[in-house]
Design a protein around this ligand. Structure first.
Ligand SMILES: Nc1ncnc2c1ncn2[C@@H]1O[C@H](COP(=O)(O)OP(=O)(O)O)[C@@H](O)[C@H]1O
Ligand SMILES: [Mg+2]
Length: 273
C-alpha cells in the first residue's frame, strides 16, 4: 500500500543546505500499524509530513519516491495529491487545540473533508456522517460535541475530534504524529486503545509516530527507529525489542522505566513486565 523509497529531505533556506532525513525507506501493508520512534529532532515529523504530501515548500528539496497505491506522491499532479489528502491519507497532529479552529463549531470542522471529497452529499448526509465519525471516536454525546466549540472540550476530547475529522472519509492510511504527547497517561492509553479499535474494525493502516517507545510497543506490529535523520533500525516489534541490534536502539529501550525487569505475578511466578 505504501512504499517510501530512499526519501531524502533537505532544507535550502540557510546558507548551507541541511539534510534532515537521509535515505529513509518504509513499506506498509494494508491494515498494518507501524511505529516510527526516535528522540525529538530526529526527523519523524518531516517524514510524516512528506508521506501526507504536506511538504511542498520550495526551499525544501525532496528526493526519492513515496508510492501510495502506485502513485508517487512526490511527483504526481497537485490535483491528484489533493484528491488523496483527507480522503485516502489523513494526518493527526500532537496539539489538537492548534489544529482545530477556535471560531468554528466542531461539526463544521469534522465535515471539512466531506465538503471537499464528497460534494454530492447533502447537508443532512454530511451531518449524519460527521456525528457517526464522532461516535466512532468514542465521544460521549456526539450530537452535543458536533454543536460545541473546541474550547468547550477537554484535551482528550479534542484529540478524539481530530481523529474523527481524520477518519470521516475512512482513509486507508492514518498518520498519527505524537497524537498523545500532550495528554496525560490515562487519556494516552484510551487514545491508543481507540486507534487499535479503528485499525481492527476499519482495516485502516496506521503510521504511529512517537518518542515514547513503550506506547509504540503496545500498539504497533513493526517499528522503525530514527536518529538524527537516519533510519537506525527497523523490524517486527518483538525482534527490535528483544534483540535490538544497534546501540542507539538499546539505549532507547533501556530508558523505558522497568521495561526489562521481571515482576512476580499473583501465582508467584516471574512474568515479563
Ligand atoms: N525550517 C527548517 N530549516 C532547517 N531545519 C529544520 C527546519 N525545520 C525543522 N528543521 C530540522 O529538521 C529536523 C527534524 O525535525 P522533525 O522532523 O520535526 O523532528 P521530530 O519530529 O523527530 O522531533 C530537526 O533537526 C529540525 O531542527
Ligand atoms: Mg515531531
Amino acid at each position: 500500500m505504501l512504499d517510501v523509497i530512499d526519501l531524502n529531505i533537505e532544507f535550502h533556506d540557510h546558507l548551507v543546505p541541511e539534510t534532515v532525513v537521509h535515505h529513509f525507506n518504509l513499506h506498509m501493508d494494508e491494515g498494518e500499524i507501524v511505529g516510527l520512534v526516535g528522540e525529538s529532532g530526529s526527523g519523524k515529523s518531516m517524514t510524516a509530513l512528506a508521506v501526507a504530501g504536506l511538504l511542498s515548500r520550495h526551499d525544501m528539496k525532496k528526493t526519492g519516491k513515496i508510492l501510495f497505491e502506485g502513485t508517487d506522491l512526490l511527483h504526481c499532479e497537485r490535483s491528484r495529491l489533493r484528491a488523496l489528502q483527507g480522503n485516502e491519507i489523513s494526518i493527526v497532529f500532537q496539539e489538537p487545540m492548534t489544529s482545530l479552529n477556535p471560531v468554528y463549531r466542531v461539526g463544521h470542522q469534522v465535515e471539512e473533508a466531506l465538503r471537499i471529497h464528497c460534494p454530492q452529499m447533502t447537508r443532512q448526509e454530511r451531518k449524519a456522517r460527521a456525528i457517526a465519525a464522532l461516535a466512532d471516536a468514542e465521544l460521549p454525546d456526539p450530537e452535543e460535541v458536533y454543536a460545541a466549540y473546541p474550547h468547550q472540550l477537554s484535551g482528550g476530547m479534542r484529540q478524539r475530534v481530530m481523529i474523527a475529522a481524520a477518519m470521516v472519509c475512512e482513509p486507508k492510511l492514518l498518520i498519527a504524529d505524537e497524537p498523545t504527547t500532550a495528554l496525560d497517561v490515562t487519556i494516552q492509553a484510551q487514545i491508543v486503545k481507540l486507534l487499535k479499535r479503528i485499525n481492527r474494525e476499519k482495516r485502516t493502516s496506521i503510521l504511529f509516530i512517537s518518542h515514547d517507545l513503550s506506547l509504540v510497543r503496545r500498539l504497533c506490529g513493526r517499528v522503525v527507529v530514527m536518529h538524527n535523520g537516519y533510519q537506525v533500525e527497523s523490524g517486527p516489534m518483538e525482534a527490535v525489542f528483544d534483540h535490538p541490534k544497534e546501540a542507539y536502539t538499546k539505549k532507547l529501550i533501556a530508558a523505558i522505566p522497568d521495561c526489562r525487569k521481571k515482576t512476580v505475578g499473583k501465582d508467584g511466578r516471574f512474568q515479563k513486565a
